[in-house]
Write a protein that binds this ligand. Structure first.
Ligand code: NAD
Length: 358
């Protein structure tokens, strides 16, 4: 079979660090194994436009492997051109870069390595909450500049203790964030999700469900976004919703950039409606050099904790999602059942409830 993998360029880092498995250089560690079974593997990071290696090879590929970090965008148009495509594997978690509805129609299966990087992301979320609330980035930048003016950074530094933190989406990552926040003695932990947490799980973290989104955001000092991107969440955090966010709240989004309206976020931060925004996901990846989220600041010059998409691609996570990708392929080649939790789109239907209510 022809396997096409869209991965990110690792450069000299990938040559020096073989555990950077998700790169075009280290190829998820599956080339020798695939070739020994008679399959062909094409690996590229060239993914944009009709002349890209991705678009030229998708037409006769049987299997597509992508990652959310450098997403190969499999649009409906490309799905219709991909005559042989049977399986899409997301090496990681989050398959919104694939037109899932088109895959349902064409009976192309879409699988993720569910759970492979949820701890990695939850840790990044907790770090990002702390760096915003404590005004860490401007404090560090001051030190690098050679300056020392404590009041300039202390004027916008707070404790997380006593704050209300809410997660928009309380699945694997959202719940792990709540678990990790417990020792911080927050005033309250809230969640907004169309699926209620099991009663014992909610009780274990003391989380209260808020069923109305405006009501939810109006109560949170910190909002952490942990739901997938789908028709029901694209642009969910927009200018209208931001009006209901508590003034001076902090937002951390490690879910998907397009859940938040790019310009509305930049405006709200600039105006001080929100005090900070952090995360690693962007509406287009790689983010253009002039993307407002790279440099946006609150009125006193801080509140930006943006980084490239890497929270879910720690070396620990890469080992897990590379192994998980291999195991999905093995099951596919040998006609064995897949782990049910990994199946986003089965043959002709969604197998998960996380990508919207249908
Ligand atoms: P999950 O399926 O375990 O949980 C998702 C939760 O979101 C579910 O409980 C679902 O009911 C809820 N949800 C869906 N639509 C919603 C809506 N409209 N409103 C409220 N809640 C809604 O998934 P997970 O493993 O926790 O991952 C969540 C997302 O995080 C992924 O889909 C992906 O986009 C993102 N992610 C990012 C990285 C990264 O590196 N930044 C890594 C992994 C996952």
């Amino acid at each position: 079979m022809k396997v096409l993998a869209i991965l990110y360029k690792g450069g000299s880092a990938a040559e020096q660090e073989p555990r950077l498995l998700g790169t075009i250089e280290n190829q998820l560690g599956i080339r020798d194994w695939l070739e020994s079974q008679g399959h062909t593997l094409i690996v590229t990071d060239d993914k944009e436009g009709p002349n890209s290696v991705f678009q030229k090879n998708i037409v006769d590929a049987d299997i597509l492997i992508t990652t959310p970090f450098h997403p190969g965008y499999l649009t409906g148009d490309l799905v219709s051109k991909a005559k042989n495509l049977k399986l899409c594997v997301t090496a990681g978690v989050g398959s919104d870069h694939i037109d899932l509805n088109a895959c349902v129609d064409r009976k192309i299966q879409v699988l993720e390595v569910t759970g492979s990087n949820v701890v990695s992301v939850a840790e990044h979320v907790v770090m990002s909450i702390l760096l915003l609330v404590r005004n860490f980035v401007p404090a560090h930048e001051m030190i690098e500049r050679g300056d020392w003016m404590v009041s300039e950074v202390a004027r916008n530094a707070f404790d997380l203790e006593g704050k209300v933190v809410g997660t928009l989406g309380a699945g694997r990552i959202g719940y792990r964030v709540l678990q990790r926040l417990l020792p911080f003695n927050c005033k309250e932990l809230l969640y907004y999700d169309y699926a209620a947490l099991p009663a014992d799980a909610a009780k274990a973290v003391g989380a209260r469900r808020v069923e109305d989104l405006k009501d939810f955001v109006s109560q949170c000092d910190v909002i952490t976004i942990n739901c997938p991107l789908h028709e029901g969440t694209r642009g969910l955090v927009n200018a209208e919703l931001l009006k209901h966010v508590k003034k001076g709240a902090w937002i951390v989004n490690t879910a998907r950039g397009a859940i938040c309206d790019k310009d509305a976020i930049a405006e709200a931060l600039k105006a001080g409606q929100i005090n900070g925004y952090a995360g690693d996901v962007w509406n287009v990846q790689p983010a253009p050099k002039d993307h407002p989220w790279r440099t946006m600041k609150n009125p006193i010059g801080g509140g930006n904790g943006m980084v490239p998409h890497y929270s879910g691609t720690t070396l620990d996570a890469q080992a897990r999602y590379a192994a998980g990708t291999k195991s999905i392929l093995e099951n596919f080649f040998n006609n064995k059942p897949q782990e049910p939790a990994n199946v986003i789109v089965g043959i002709g239907k969604y197998e998960t409830k996380a990508y919207g209510q249908r």
